[in-house]
Write a protein that binds this ligand. Structure first.
Ligand code: TRP
Length: 452
């Protein structure tokens, strides 16, 4: 095996990789998306399916992606091409790399708009706009905020520039620096919010909503959404983790690191749920409010507690940073692809990718105001983009990657790469990757098709 580092760089340590991958995984998906889709899909049953998907599909697939990335040490496209050739499998496998790169790029176009929301809310928090805010007041504030196309495009522009700035600086100077101290701070802030939620008198109702199995609001599309979100929240199915895997030193244990990343990611999402739903119930807000959910609930809490201006500011700054460390992983494959194909500099590649993603992002920015009535099948442009990427492209890409790792690579090579020499773990991994992933994803997709 080739032991030299990737031409695009290498993480300085195992911890740096864990932090970067956790930084990619923990993002808007955990704190913004998880609570609102849980609310829309009726709570506990959705949470249960999501947890099952993280354990049975997410962890083994993350191991597969890191492993393929470390073998290939290039962009997902070139990694797949090279490994397919080596395994004497068809060249069609490289399509996975292309589809993944496209999926990441498409997600970035809307991720940047929501990232912009966190920036806007930092300003609201600093300027004391939350103090004494009622549930209704918070909804009004958010309504005005997303209602202005100019404001939306403005913050989207700032967020996109921030992302491209880090990306243009490369692996060590850019990505790694951004994540090392900020993740722990976010968890502390979330714990404070959970503490506040305990004082609302509705904490147990929030807990029950999240954890008492109730399948009455659960539909076939809920199942698909839960599965899609398991991929989204762990950054799987598009090659982001494969790309980060390319920078992983040979000595790192893939199994343990994948497990750590998945656990941290899940805990952060559950903490966000525990912080948000008690506030929702205490203020008579709607759990199924959709993408506005955290922006309509948390400001009420900050407006109510001592030091709320400071804590609110801190919270949205940290959320913005969580979004930032995720957005960079969405475009890293596209940017390195341009570098490898066209021999351009990192700066040029970042500029091109950023510019096109920025322009396409307008469609999402307008989905919440001037184009909010422009719907197909009752869904806005943003809804369709989210559905296509999270619920279709990521699970399908993930299964492709699983099939390649499970069926095309030799078992000797995967066993060695994963470092699972003893015990039943390797057989379990192989079983999940070879059989469970393709079967589960097919069943859920077919069910959802049947539901339409
Ligand atoms: N996981 C991130 C979140 O939860 C989003 C994200 C970053 C992502 N990179 C990704 C999703 C790659 C899918 C694929 O916010």
């Amino acid at each position: 095996m080739d032991h030299s580092p990737s031409r695009h760089g290498q993480w300085s340590s195992r911890l740096a990789f864990i932090l970067a991958a956790t930084g990619s995984a923990v993002g808007l998906g955990n704190i913004w998306k998880f609570p609102y889709i849980t609310g829309e899909n009726g709570g506990s049953a959705f949470v249960l399916v999501y947890l099952l998907c993280v354990a049975a599909l997410g962890v083994p697939l993350m191991m597969a992606e890191v492993m393929l990335g470390r073998y290939g040490k290039q962009t997902p496209i070139n990694t797949m091409r090279m490994l397919a050739k080596k395994a004497q499998a068809g060249q069609g496998w490289q399509f996975l790399g292309w589809a993944g790169t496209l999926a990441g790029f498409l997600i970035l176009t809307y991720y940047s708009v929501i990232g912009g929301w966190t920036l806007g809310y930092v300003f609201y928090a600093v300027s004391g706009r939350f103090s004494g805010l009622s549930g209704e007041g918070a909804s009004g504030l958010f309504g005005n905020f997303v209602g202005s196309p100019l404001v939306q495009v403005g913050w989207h522009t700032v967020f996109m520039l921030m992302t491209m700035w880090i990306i243009s600086r490369g692996v060590r100077r850019g990505l790694e620096k951004a994540v090392t101290t900020l993740m722990p701070a976010l968890v502390v802030l979330l714990l404070i919010m959970v503490g506040y939620a305990m004082t609302t008198g509705f904490f147990l109702k929030g807990v029950a909503f999240l954890f008492t199995p109730d399948f009455s609001h659960f539909s076939e599309t809920s199942m698909l959404t839960a599965m899609g979100h398991a991929f989204f929240t762990l950054s799987l199915g598009m090659g982001a983790i494969m790309m980060y895997g390319a920078y992983v030193p040979e000595t790192t244990s893939i199994g343990t690191t994948s497990l750590v990343i998945a656990i941290v990611d899940t805990v952060v999402a559950l903490l966000a749920g525990l912080a948000i739903f008690p506030i929702v119930f205490a203020h008579g807000l709607e759990p199924g409010a959709g993408p506005s959910l955290i922006f309509e609930t948390l400001p009420v809490a900050f407006g109510d507690i001592a030091g709320g201006t400071l804590l609110g500011t801190l919270f949205f700054v940290l959320l913005m940073i969580a979004a930032w460390t995720s957005s960079i992983s969405l475009v890293e494959p596209a940017v390195t692809m341009l570098i490898e194909r066209f021999n351009v500099t990192r700066l040029q590649a970042s500029a091109w990718v950023g510019l096109t993603a920025w322009l396409l992002g307008f469609a999402t920015a307008f989905s919440f105001n001037v184009w909010s009535e422009v719907t197909v099948l009752g869904m806005t442009f943003f809804d369709h983009l989210d559905f296509l990427t999270s619920n279709l492209m990521l699970p399908l890409g993930g299964v492709g990657i699983a099939m390649f790792a499970g069926w095309c690579m030799t078992t000797e090579s995967t066993r060695t790469a994963l470092g699972l020499h003893q015990g039943p773990w390797y057989s379990l991994w192989l079983f999940l990757i070879r059989f469970v992933a393709p079967v589960a994803v097919s069943i859920v997709l077919l069910h959802a098709v049947g539901a339409f």
